[in-house]
Design a protein around this ligand. Sequence first.
Ligand SMILES: [Zn+2]
Ligand SMILES: [Zn+2]
Length: 248
Amino acid sequence: MGEVDFWTMDNEQWTISKIKRAFLDALFPIFCLGCKREGVWLCSDCQSAIRPLPLFLCPGCGRMSPGGTTHLRCANATPLSALISPYHYASPVIRGLIKDYKYHGAHDIEKIITGLTISGVDKLRTLFPPGARVAAMPLHPSRERARGFNQAATIAAAVSRALQIEIVAPLKRKKRTEEQARLTPAERRENCRRAFTSAPVTGDIILVDDVVTSGETMAAAASALKAAGARRVFAFALAHGRGDRLKI
Ligand SMILES: [Zn+2]
Ligand SMILES: [Zn+2]
């Protein structure tokens, strides 16, 4: 009998990436993203100054709509029933937090992101369908191994906490998005559409990501969820990236 190998390769890579980040964090001092005060990612003053700035756009046509719901006339243009997003990605503090969290994965930033998600969801509480469940946008498995975590899963956990609803994980991602850079727009859409598979699901799903820009990726994941049995899919992104130019 050989030795028991407690660490699979995946866990090893995960641990190394965590250690590397901790090492880099120790070398470089951190500054508040809002006021540049040293020693914190975001000081409590700057944290309490953040206000939600939701943008209510139909995920079908990208034009204004009440509560971000899909216009009746746009129902065939998107698998999403609504797009709900409390913060503007153009805000330097919001952008900085999301980027720093992706790169460092620091527990302190995670707490801030969780708090922001909960207060954002709370302000928009009436827009979420009752009885829905939450699912995070998955990362490609190799990217999640390299990063050690999925930021969308952190936000989904906060949504589940804020709305007191169950979290599910039916989605899998098949293809790496980097491949898409070389493709034509039509090929990209097709590639994107095939990037997700879903285990069987029922009822309404709130699909969660950190940032929504074109909405194309969330729409592709929503198609997979609906093909697997979901009744309606509501997209929730912590921040919206392209303001009134959002076009899906
Ligand atoms: Zn500050
Ligand atoms: Zn529309």
